[in-house]
Design a protein around this ligand. Structure first.
Ligand SMILES: [Fe+2]
Length: 184
């Protein structure tokens, strides 16, 4: 299955995003969050469309690379604004996406399965800022597995060593195959 993230949306995001496209909250992070989320979604009852859109929307309204406490709520508002143009989610799906965006940086670990998968997908990508993901901050049993954490961690630090920040993004846009957790 190919990505539901269209080239039109990527062009919109490039114009809209205020921060460094190749930075810690930029496009390669979104692509890895998408991959983490879809891998988790293969093993539980999570809505894949919501998971994919969360990856590409949750940090899109950031004003800085620090805490920026309002960015999740702004992302939820933006998701609603963009729904008829790009996302095409049902009201129920949009509600899940908005809940995931609003709560993703508040440290919560209990929610609807789709929302928990979104949060885990984001938290599994902390290696890019020098943090090894801790199982106690992850929501699902699957994400707490040491093999899952280890594989996501290695993907998250790959760009740091290879200086290829856009590679993950290209993969997200063009590859149908997600691979497996074991793949780094
Ligand atoms: Fe994020």
């Amino acid at each position: 299955m190919s990505s539901i993230i269209s080239q039109d949306f990527i062009e919109f995001a490039r114009d809209h995003f205020r921060l460094d496209w190749d930075g810690i909250h930029g496009a390669s992070h979104w692509a890895r969050v998408r991959r983490n989320g879809l891998l988790l979604a293969e093993h539980c009852e999570a809505d894949r469309q919501v998971v994919e859109w969360f990856a590409f929307v949750h940090d899109l309204e950031r004003h800085d690379d620090f805490k920026d406490p309002g960015h999740g709520h702004r992302a939820a508002d933006l998701a609603e604004e963009l729904n008829s143009r790009f996302l095409h989610l049902s009201a129920q799906q949009l509600g899940l996406l908005q809940a995931a965006c609003c709560g993703h940086s508040e440290g919560k670990t209990k929610a609807d399965t789709t929302v928990m998968v979104c949060w885990d997908a984001d938290r599994l990508d902390l290696g890019r800022v020098g943090i090894y993901p801790s199982a106690k901050y992850l929501c699902t049993d699957l994400a707490r597995g040491s093999d899952v954490i280890e594989a996501a961690y290695h993907r998250s630090i790959q760009n740091i060593y290879e200086s290829a920040p856009s590679r993950d993004m290209e993969e997200a846009m063009s590859h149908d195959e997600l691979g497996t957790w074991g793949e780094r």
